[in-house]
Design a protein around this ligand. Structure first.
Ligand SMILES: Cc1cc2nc3c(=O)[nH]c(=O)nc-3n(C[C@H](O)[C@H](O)[C@H](O)COP(=O)(O)O)c2cc1C
Length: 165
């Protein structure tokens, strides 16, 4: 699947807006992810407001793309789940699907880690006034790319990491 190899973290964006259709396409891919027992623990917050994006950018010293992107997706998880120990794995698959779809749409995106850093989680919770029962997992800044970093994924293949029995 070539979209996997076309994806790279993009941290610079033009001012062009990201359409609601593109947001729905990205989140449709996110919700297509596998999850333990098909528990689908995800909830998504979509933020365009500049002041809110600024608050999200302040949640982590590595979250400055939130300031530059026209749109930030906050990936959250429902705490109440049948298989709580699997929640982070479910959410990782969900975020990765979203990044691949964004790349396939010609958009640029970057994953910013929030969970399980308590200070980052609290900052995102406050910025978005998240309800009880929901925890922030990751931020994904999305925009039209203003730079085109060379995708590195294909070059990471390392035959020595494969252990045949
Ligand atoms: C769990 C996780 C957390 C990350 N957090 C950040 C972050 O806070 N800020 C950032 O700019 N990039 C972040 N990244 C992106 C990585 O830096 C990036 O994926 C890595 O350098 C490989 O580059 P590539 O995505 O272009 O292949 C994160 C990626 C993952 C998977």
């Amino acid at each position: 699947m070539s979209a996997i190899y076309q994806r790279a973290s993009v941290r610079q964006y033009t001012n062009d807006p990201v359409t609601d259709d593109d947001v729905r396409a990205i989140l449709r891919a996110a919700m297509a992810a596998p999850s333990a027992g098909n528990q689908q623990p995800w909830e998504f917050w979509v933020t365009r407001d500049e002041a809110k994006r600024e608050e999200l950018a302040a949640a982590s010293k590595y979250a400055t793309p939130c300031r530059r992107a026209p749109l930030v997706l906050t990936f959250c998880l429902r705490i109440e789940a049948r298989f709580p120990s699997m929640l982070q794995q479910d959410m990782g698959a969900c975020v990765e699907n979203a990044l691949i779809e964004a790349a396939d749409l010609g958009l640029g995106a970057v994953w910013m880690g929030i969970y399980p850093e308590a200070d980052r989680m609290e900052a995102v919770r406050a910025a978005l006034a998240l309800p009880d029962g929901v925890e922030p997992f990751a931020l994904v800044a999305v925009g039209h790319p203003a730079d085109t970093p060379e995708p590195q994924g294909a070059a990471r293949f390392d035959d020595t990491r494969i252990h045949w029995e």
